[in-house]
Design a protein around this ligand. Structure first.
Ligand SMILES: [Zn+2]
Ligand SMILES: [Zn+2]
Length: 168
């Protein structure tokens, strides 16, 4: 995921990446398959601005039924690189980097990782209406019914049931 920007003239350049996740050296991660990235580079004498749009599949575990499933994640972000001879504290501003004059390329792998992580859902569900697991017998209720009294046991009905109890 390197952009060797010194090879390019000032102006706009487009890059398309299609990289195997294993080649990105992310170590253990939920991401699998290929990372697709479109990068628009706007290069000038003073700075480089990269508009990135990334897409990748992840293997996630459903919070409700504990089944692993694949989900496509997408995100967009802008990174700015300012050419400077001075050492500047990089913590000061988000997504702004400073490049010393001897630097010739930009590696995007770790920023892309961060933005894919941000695209992970807060609540991980295999589908919006996942029925979960019967807490009595462990049956995955998406796949089959069990013989337990589901009205009592399915946690989905818990809030409704307590509401009903309160009304009675
Ligand atoms: Zn589920
Ligand atoms: Zn059951």
């Amino acid at each position: 995921m390197n952009i060797k920007f010194v090879n390019f003239s000032d102006g706009i350049h487009q890059f398309d990446f299609d990289e195997k996740i294993e080649s990105l050296q992310w170590g253990e991660s939920p991401f699998i398959g290929s990372l697709l990235a479109k990068v628009k580079m706007d290069k000038s004498a003073y700075q480089i601005v990269l508009e990135c749009s990334v897409s990748c599949e992840a293997v996630l575990t459903c919070d409700r039924c504990a089944v692993d499933f694949r989900k496509r994640l997408d995100n967009k972000f802008v990174l700015t690189y300012i050419f400077t001879r001075d050492k500047i504290n990089e913590d000061s501003e988000l997504d702004v980097y400073y490049l010393a004059p001897e630097v010739t390329s930009i590696n995007l792998a770790s920023d892309i990782y961060d933005y894919l992580e941000l695209a992970l859902p807060l609540k991980t569900l295999c589908k919006d209406d996942c029925r979960g697991i019967c807490i009595r017998c462990g049956t995955n209720l998406n796949e089959s019914q069990c013989n337990c009294n589901q009205e009592d046991e399915n946690p989905v009905w818990g809030p409704l049931k307590s509401l009903k109890n309160n009304l009675e």
